[in-house]
Write a protein that binds this ligand. Structure first.
Ligand SMILES: Nc1ncnc2c1ncn2[C@@H]1O[C@H](COP(=O)(O)OP(=O)(O)OP(=O)(O)O)[C@@H](O)[C@H]1O
Length: 279
């Protein structure tokens, strides 16, 4: 099987005395496989994805890859108000020679990619006027237009409604089956892993991480530990098809302080006290 990515004993920490985000992580991703990175906020999913995209160097270990990479960040900021079509056309950069203009084929591929994500109607709209979800679809189209062999997607579903999430997941599954596209994506919804992924990487924090098949990784026990709260797997039949979802038992969380994000992020002394309008 052709290997797209081989990570060997990879680790990352921001400073020599800082805590490891992940440590001694090794995995192999074969051509056409889909891999999902899971973990609580701040556990290092984006950092790992950036190491895989060769945007930052891991503190320890090596990552080798073959083929062309398309990296889709969580946010895309541009000072210029390009149209959606122009942004997708940027994905053709490595096909367009230096000092050359995009060809008709480049334009056609860009239009095709935008259509594939259901964004054809957005083509002429300035990117700055698009909603978060629309912008996310355009960025995915840009990566598809690049005809990368390996897509690294940072929370591609975070701003999408249920239907567009389903469309995007189906599209990735179809591209991996038909074109051998390899995909690594981060998500806060482990059901996405059940739906399309072959393998999953769990980032538990303090350097601890695990990697394996979705069946091995997405068990109730492992996911409850990963998110620090009870997680259930529901298996059911819908429209004659078997389906599974991972759900969080939200009601089990009693008060603030149990959720890590609050402990880390909310400093009341700095929070705005006055709200405008009536209370
Ligand atoms: N320059 C930096 N120096 C120190 N810590 C940093 C720096 N940049 C990021 N971090 C920290 O590294 C950790 C990992 O960040 P990362 O964005 O990889 O997490 P994540 O799992 O993708 O989170 P989220 O789910 O919230 O997107 C976070 O705790 C973040 O605050």
């Amino acid at each position: 099987m052709a290997m797209m990515i081989e990570a060997r004993s990879v680790g990352f920490r921001h400073s020599a005395k800082g805590a490891w985000l992940f440590e001694n992580l090794s995995f192999s991703i074969a051509k056409g496989q889909i891999v999902v990175l899971l973990g609580q906020n701040g556990r290092g999913k984006t950092t790992l994805l950036k190491c895989m995209a060769n945007l930052i160097a891991p503190t320890q270990g090596t990552i080798r890859y073959s083929g062309a990479i398309g990296y889709v960040p969580q946010q895309f900021v541009t000072p210029f108000s390009y149209s959606a079509h122009e942004v997708v056309l940027m994905g053709r950069a490595r096909h367009v020679g230096l000092f050359s203009n995009p060809t008709e084929e480049d334009r056609a591929r860009a239009a095709e990619a935008l259509e594939l994500v259901g964004g054809a109607a957005l083509a002429e709209r300035p990117i700055s006027t698009l909603s978060g979800g629309e912008r996310q679809l355009v960025l995915i189209a840009r990566a598809l237009a690049s005809e990368a062999d390996l897509l690294l997607l940072d929370e591609p579903a975070s701003a999408l409604d249920f239907r567009n999430q389903a469309v995007m997941l189906a599209m990735l599954r179809q591209l991996s089956a038909s074109r051998g596209l390899t995909v690594v994506m981060t998500t806060h919804d482990p059901t996405h892993a059940l739906e399309i992924a072959d393998r999953a990487v769990l980032l538990h924090g303090s350097g601890r991480c695990e990697e394996g098949t979705v069946g091995e990784m997405c068990t109730e026990g492992r996911l409850s530990e990963l998110y620090g709260m009870p997680m259930k797997r529901l298996d059911y039949v819908v429209g004659g098809n078997r389906a599974s979802s991972i759900v969080a038992n939200y009601g089990s969380m009693t008060a603030r302080g149990e959720i890590g994000l609050f402990e880390q992020g909310l400093d009341e002394s700095k929070a705005p006290v006055e709200l405008t309008g009536r209370r």
